[in-house]
Design a protein around this ligand. Structure first.
Ligand SMILES: Nc1ncnc2c1ncn2[C@@H]1O[C@H](COP(=O)(O)OP(=O)(O)OP(=O)(O)O)[C@@H](O)[C@H]1O
Ligand SMILES: [Mg+2]
Length: 463
């Protein structure tokens, strides 16, 4: 802990200094405000003892200045006999406490010990939040991820309700947690309500709680998720799977912020920010009569779409790197690498399970592979066979009707690559037969095989 004393009486400075030294704290001092501020700018100080009367500065003003530039620094005011009233005033401006001259040794020690506990709590909380922010950092450098990051930074500090959509495993919950961490509610709870995991009869009591005796088995009153999420964020996951009856109840709660526990009459108010997520297309669900339109408009103030991984393959290398690092650390394994050929396979694969699938596969390979470098030999068979099992799967995703945003030349090349690969596989890698079937010169086919690095698929799929 670093401590600074600013007082124009040198013997006050040295007295405090020696008391602090006996307690095991080192400190510095300055005899006027100007020099004190200079020291504050040069080094981080956790605590400042500040004389309320200094030749070059009124203490209250000095305090405000310190708090403005160094809001984390705690200030203890030292006041003379005549200006106790002013000292009391300084608490309003953020002083931690004030000490009266002549200084009492016990008071100084007591104050400093209390402050140390407070600072420890503060730094533990800061460290905890720092680690969480690292855990929910959005990895990726593709254009869609950059845009997503900007949008999150913009909307997180507001209280606007958010609806996150995207396929399975794209990172919807990850995004929801990041929004909470960057929000003003980050010191309060993030409460997750999974609308699909819980049978619908239980859902209501899970959400709103119940009173003792509300149903058989309700031996005690229980708080629901909406009540415990007061002042925090409520994350309604898989909201598209919610039962229609419950949707009606939820809508009422969202409109009023009020509800009662099951089996009770007491009206409970809860103030929360709602973030919902679903992998369903809610507009289609409304058409089908499975989702209430009015509820949809309620929860969908800010829409956020997390695109599938195959539409942002630029993110794959960074994600792979991140997951390798994470799982090596978690499992106490020395850092592994991935070779280019395997990375190429990862870039080509269509990742139906998105980021979660990539993460699981990388983790599995890190744990199961003996060598320090992950190669195509270690990759689970289904990833390689994605290129050969059947026509449907071997057609890259660009061609299955969902993605018409790409560059035509790249699309043609990708198609050509898969078409050639498919033919080679059908002809058991007989280049002459394949060339004939494709209507190409043999030498030209050899060149294509080389250009597209198709040999890598040969060993696994030759038979
Ligand atoms: N951009 C990213 N950076 C780092 N990790 C990510 C990213 N996106 C997803 N993840 C990680 O991938 C895993 C799956 O993400 P998450 O659970 O958020 O997906 P989801 O969209 O909620 O999936 P589901 O629809 O199945 O519920 C998590 O471990 C998450 O931390
Ligand atoms: Mg999820």
């Amino acid at each position: 802990m670093r401590i600074l004393i600013i007082d124009d009486e040198k013997n006050i400075c040295t007295t405090i200094q020696s008391i602090l030294e006996d307690e095991g704290y080192s400190s510095e001092y300055a005899l006027d405000f100007k020099n004190g501020l200079k020291k504050l700018k040069e080094n981080i100080f956790d605590i400042v003892f500040l004389d309320i009367w200094l030749p070059d500065k009124d203490g209250t003003e000095g305090l405000q200045e310190i708090k403005k530039y160094f809001p984390e620094t705690e200030v203890i005011i030292i006041s003379g006999h005549g200006n106790i009233e002013n000292a009391v005033e300084t608490i309003k401006y953020g002083a931690y406490d004030f000490l009266e001259k002549p200084l009492s040794l016990e008071r100084i020690v007591l104050t400093i010990n209390q402050l140390e506990d407070k600072l420890k709590l503060k730094s533990d909380l800061r460290e905890y939040k720092f680690n969480l922010l690292k855990k929910y950092e959005l990895i990726g450098s593709s254009e869609p991820i950059k845009q997503l990051q900007l949008k999150i930074e913009k909307i997180a500090p507001t209280n606007a309700w958010v609806l996150i959509t995207g396929e399975n495993g794209t990172g919807k919950e990850h995004v929801a947690r990041l929004i909470h961490l960057l929000s003003k509610k980050s010191n309060n709870k993030f409460v997750e309500v999974n609308c699909s995991a819980i049978p619908s009869e239980l859902m209501e009591s899970e959400m709103f709680g119940y009173e003792k005796g509300a149903f058989t088995g309700a031996t005690n009153r229980r708080m629901g998720k909406f009540e415990s999420g007061n002042n925090g964020t409520i994350f309604l996951d898989e909201v598209g799977d919610m039962d229609l009856n419950l949707q009606a109840k939820l809508l009422r709660v969202l409109e009023t912020g009020e509800f009662s526990r099951v089996g009770g009459n007491e009206v409970i108010k809860s103030d929360f920010r709602l973030i919902s997520a679903t992998n369903k297309n809610l507009e289609e669900e409304i058409e089908k009569g499975n989702f209430r339109e009015d509820l949809y408009y309620r929860i969908n103030v800010i829409p956020i779409y997390v695109p599938p991984l195959r539409e942002r393959t630029d993110d794959i290398p960074l994600l792979v790197d991140h997951f390798i690092k994470e799982s090596c650390q978690f499992n106490g394994i020395t850092r592994k690498k991935i070779d280019n050929e395997l990375m190429q396979v990862f870039l080509e694969y269509n990742w139906p399970g998105n980021v979660r699938q990539l993460k699981n596969i990388v983790e599995r390979m890190v744990v199961l592979t003996e060598s320090d470098v992950l190669t195509v030999k270690d990759v689970p068979d289904f990833i390689m066979s994605n290129f050969s099992i059947n026509e449907q799967q071997s057609i890259p995703n660009d061609f299955n009707g969902n993605n018409y945003n790409g560059n035509l030349k790249t699309a043609k090349e990708r198609f050509e690559k898969y078409y050639i690969l498919k033919t080679l596989q059908n002809k058991n890698w007989n280049v002459s037969k394949s060339a004939k079937s494709l209507g190409l010169e043999r030498t030209y086919l050899h060149k294509k095989i080389k250009d597209y690095n198709l040999d890598q698929f040969r060993s696994k799929n030759a038979y």
